[in-house]
Design a protein around this ligand. Structure first.
Ligand code: PLP
Length: 279
């Protein structure tokens, strides 16, 4: 496997970084995951714009447009031909003596690689999720590599046989540990608004646009845990999650939501999404 590190394509075992890289020391870096369907990027510019936004927020000086040729190379290098996969991008502040403030004149560390992902068949799956408290920081809109809270939350789900952990802040459902979440109530769709408490999911935005196109009413309004009894459908979205129907939601061992099969609106959106990615 080859990876791009700071200007060169290297075999994975030859791609090394300094122990003083601030990504390693502090988690002082950002990442992005861009999918490709049959070798063709999907919503690439939206992903790059989110990365540009995050870099500006944390004052890492890097011109994201420099990645464009590297992304094309990444897909070729992985020798997947016309297959489905994704490109992982990580940009850290770079290597510098350890200080809590941002050091000056450091060169960001850039890592890029492509990997295969099974992007087909999500419409056939139906998953169980846990609900737990969202104890992440208050800037979840920044796609930072410091994901210790997210991995701890996801681990709890996986180790207990669930697909994902869904998070709430004081009873308000925000998103999943690595996915966005949508609810259908009386044929209208709800998802948490953008802001500091969620990552502005690229798939989330694509699904909002699909709702508008399909004349499905969409509200960017949050839902509370105690409203789950009124909910008809729940689905998750994400770059590698795509649109995944939720079968049950469990909190503190109690069932808050349960269905036998994915709902009609979930299915309509899944079909529309498949058509979109095939364009
Ligand atoms: N929310 C979080 C916390 C995530 O980590 C992700 C994706 O990794 C998402 C939402 C979904 O975002 P996207 O659709 O851009 O993949």
């Amino acid at each position: 496997e080859v990876v791009y590190l700071n200007g060169e394509w290297l075999r994975q075992e030859h791609a090394t970084i300094s122990v003083f890289d601030r990504g390693f020391i502090f988690g002082d870096g950002l990442y992005e995951v861009i999918p490709f369907y049959s070798g063709k990027f999907f919503l690439k510019d939206a992903h790059l714009n989110r990365l540009r936004y995050g870099l500006n927020q944390v004052h890492i000086d890097f011109d994201v447009s420099r990645l464009k040729p590297v992304l094309e190379e990444a897909v070729t290098k992985v020798k997947l031909g016309e297959q489905d996969g994704a490109v992982y991008i990580q940009i850290t502040r770079g290597v510098a003596p350890r200080t809590h403030y941002y050091p000056e004149n450091v060169t960001p560390t850039i890592l890029v690689y492509a990997f295969p992902v099974a992007l087909k068949g999500f419409d056939k799956r139906f998953v169980d999720v846990l609900i737990t408290e969202d104890y992440r920081w208050h800037r979840c809109d920044i796609k930072a590599t410091s994901l210790i809270a997210n991995v701890a939350m996801n681990d709890e789900a996986i180790k207990n046989g669930f697909h994902e952990t869904i998070l709430h802040r004081q009873g308000v459902i925000t998103e999943g540990s690595h996915s966005s979440i949508f609810f259908v109530v009386n044929n209208e769709v709800y998802t948490h608004p953008e802001g500091h408490y969620i990552l502005p999911g690229i798939t989330r935005k694509a699904v909002i646009d699909l709702c508008k196109k399909l004349d499905v009413v969409i509200h960017e309004d949050p839902l509370k845990i105690d409203q789950l009894s009124e909910v008809d459908e729940v689905f998750l979205t994400g770059t590698t999650t795509q649109i995944l129907g939720v079968k049950s939601m469990i909190m503190n061992g109690e069932v808050c939501f349960k269905k036998q099969e994915a709902g009609e609106i979930t299915k309509r959106l899944q079909h529309a999404f498949i058509a979109l990615t095939a364009q």
